[in-house]
Design a protein around this ligand. Structure first.
Ligand code: GAL
Length: 420
């Protein structure tokens, strides 16, 4: 290369160097708290990490294992109290309001306005993401909770039919038991117990009962003949779980269905992430059915990230880039293909998604129209966290102790619902 061409290239080199410097100066770090550590969950978390890294920032993983996020929330509280909040944390539902009230969350309105979040999200979702009208969080997905996961091979061996009502469920469960297969894969942890409980409540009681009892916490509905029936049916499930259920993680319960050791599991569609991560195909290796009696309704659980106030400017930029990445259509597709959920952004193409996800997307839209869309209390969508915790404790105590009568359980539910 002669001197003239070197000279000609000089401005370009200067520009490239300046751009690199600016990039380095702006590159920040985001520390992200989440509890996505199972096979499918971790794959989804990697999608988020990769999207952020592609923008030149670094990702500091703050994963706290434990399905349902109870341990993650305990750790988050101590971090925030000691003045060391992460950039973003997986926080959902009414808890977002509770955190915002503490004055620790950042206002994301500027970005939300520039990117038209209001127009991209269903209003029922954007309302949850705002505190006093200002965005403080961004949603990644919609999980459906009222699913029954079925191993069709196991049902075939037992000569059983996939159940659509609770009566049919017990018929199938008896047949599986007879065939030496664990009918219901379960993990005895508060949130898993409650995931089954709310499915029974919705299936037997219907949408109005569910709303009155588990969203409005109406004492007369919490203590009613329908609740009595729900509790006793819920208790019957226990006979169809195995001896090792107490304390078992949800993904290990899903693995039992994947392997055919168990026939069915009641769980949200993060379970599908496990089937998919294990190379299984929907409709062939496993079936996703609405939990018995709940075909026309949809219990939703929306994962979202709340953004904490940060001091460093590059980190604030990285935080905004994370929020922007979360809301981008490409990310929403990639993430949800792995997570088992569906994109929360409206107008997304579903051609890469399987039948379970497509059914979920259709049922989400239909149930929103027919007002049969209900928030999951097991997954922090329905009531303030203190009441939720107390109600979950009662349901798990009832599950674990055969001595507690349904009448006692109902009195305790009424008392627990008053916790604030
Ligand atoms: C839920 C969460 C899901 C899923 C599940 C099990 O509460 O919303 O994303 O990961 O816990 O960990």
């Amino acid at each position: 290369m002669n001197n003239a061409s070197i000279k000609a290239l000089r401005p370009l080199a200067v520009a490239v160097a300046a751009a690199a410097l600016a990039f380095a100066a702006q590159a920040g770090e985001v520390e992200v708290l989440h509890w996505w550590t199972s096979g499918g969950e971790a794959k989804a978390a990697v999608a988020l990490k990769g999207t952020l890294q592609a923008k030149g920032h670094s990702w500091k993983d703050f994963a706290v294992a434990g399905g349902g996020g109870d341990s993650a929330m305990t750790v988050l509280k101590s971090r925030v109290v000691s003045g060391n909040a992460p950039a973003a944390a997986q926080i959902k539902g009414p808890s977002l309001q509770e955190w915002a009230q503490e004055g620790v969350l950042a206002n994301m309105d500027e970005l939300a306005k520039a990117e038209k979040w209001d127009e991209s999200l269903p209003k029922v979702v954007s309302d949850i993401m705002k505190y006093q009208g200002h965005y403080i969080a961004a949603p990644v997905n919609v999980h459906r909770v009222n699913w029954l996961w079925v191993n069709p091979e196991a049902l075939k061996k037992a000569g059983a039919k996939a159940p659509t009502t609770w009566d049919e469920f017990f018929v199938a469960a008896d047949a599986l038991k007879k065939a030496g297969i664990v009918p219901l894969a379960h993990g005895g942890q508060n949130w898993q117990d409650f995931t089954s409980f709310e499915a029974v409540a919705l299936g037997l009681g219907g949408v109005d009962f569910y709303r009155k009892a588990l969203v409005q916490l109406d004492p007369a509905t919490l203590k009613s003949p329908t609740m009595e029936k729900v509790l006793s049916t819920f208790r019957r499930l226990k006979d169809y779980t195995d001896r090792n259920a107490p304390g078992r993680d949800w993904n290990l319960a899903t693995a039992m269905v994947i392997k055919g050791e168990a026939g069915m599991q009641i769980m949200g569609d993060w379970a599908k992430g496990e089937f998919v991560a294990a190379g299984k195909t929907a409709g062939k290796d496993f079936l996703c059915l609405p939990a018995p009696g709940t075909a026309k309704s949809f219990t939703f659980n929306i994962d979202s990230f709340a953004f904490f106030k940060l001091k460093s400017e590059p980190n604030q930029k990285a935080q905004r880039d994370l929020a922007s990445a979360i809301m981008s259509p490409d990310f929403q597709e990639l993430f949800n293909l792995n997570k088992g959920s569906i994109p929360v952004r409206m107008g997304m193409k579903m051609d890469k998604f399987d039948d379970c996800a497509r059914a979920s997307a259709k049922d989400f839209a239909d149930s929103a129209k027919s007002a049969t869309l209900v928030p999951s209390i097991a997954h922090g969508m329905a009531v303030p966290s203190a009441a939720e915790g107390a109600i979950k404790d009662v349901v798990s105590q009832f599950w674990n102790s055969d001595k507690m009568s349904t009448a006692q359980a109902m009195d305790r539910l009424v008392a627990a619902a008053k916790q604030r």
